[in-house]
Design a protein around this ligand. Sequence first.
Ligand code: HEM
Length: 348
Amino acid sequence: MHVLSLSDRCILLLLFSASNIPTFPAKPSASPPPPPPVGRRRRLAVDYYAETCPQLEMLVGSVTSQQFKETPVSAPATIRLFFHDCFVEGCDGSVLVETEKENKTTPLEREAEENTDLSQEGFDTIKKAKSLVENHCPSLVSCADILAIAARDFIHLAGGPYYQVKKGRLDGKLSKAVNVPRNIPRSNSTVDQLIDLFSSKGLTVKDLVVLSGAHTIGYAHCRQFLTRLYNFKGSRKPDPNIDFKLLKELRMSCPEFGGGSNVVLPLDVTTPFSFDNGYFIDLEKNMGLLGSDQALFLDPRTKPVVMEMARDKQKFFEAFSNAMDKMGSIGVNSGRHGEIRRDCSVLS
Ligand code: HEM
């Protein structure tokens, strides 16, 4: 069981094998699709930038592989950032906004409570990638597309599948904290709530389980699972669905009162540094960290999918690639409602 403070994360994650770092081949050229008629849903395409910025994936790839070597925590940070972007107002880069030009006073998505734990390394990665892309293809590529490509790169760098990313998203013109709570699930969400939320985004029960497999890398703060350790559903007892040995270890790292507020633990307690199907194997052994994760093995609607993914890593990779493609298409902006931001953090 790996226990570490936030500042230790970078050091430990260096254990990711640098020798396995794949490279990113340039994609073949083809004509970009015409812009969509105003007011219609935008169509994404793998070769969207083939003429306007053919070297896009290589540019982003050079940043993500460097980040992965220097700060491997950028991988889970960016994957989660993409999820939080897509689930709130669609994949439109709105989670990246830090300031509005007209200095508006309503809080931004990033300031919502659900987003306060998004790690800085994800934002830094997108900033660096955007700056490099702007040097080569000024005002042509959206922040939302760069985030989608970077998330895919990190999945692959951490040992997961490589899939084609469709592009052509526009950046949103709105970023409001008030839109976040109803769209981002919580660590104590029930399976009913998770199924409802994912289905409201056009995602199936299988997509929900498979996408939760992103918790095969990355960390959670003690407070996200503290009640499972000490006071499950107000019982003053631990959650009966936690492996006893794991419970003891978690309690040592996360004391009931004070203490563990800054401590983070790996979501996949057995293979925390590789993007594999270990997360699902953990769930079968009652070794899930979050209540919302372990619940997927307890509910008859989701359990068979957990078992299928635990059995076959290749099946997980295929299903995960498909589900990421679906998640990456949520609420994509049409011409009238979007823009291409030059600075991802500033809303014009
Ligand atoms: C199914 C519902 C989900 C819930 C309830 C959930 C909840 C959480 C929570 C509570 C954390 C820990 C945050 C912290 O303490 O810092 C976390 C981390 C993470 N989540 Fe999820 N999540 C869900 C789905 C997803 C999906 C669909 C993805 C991506 C496809 C994802 C990717 C991640 C990653 C990579 C981390 C680690 C972040 C890091 O280490 O910086 N999650 N999630």
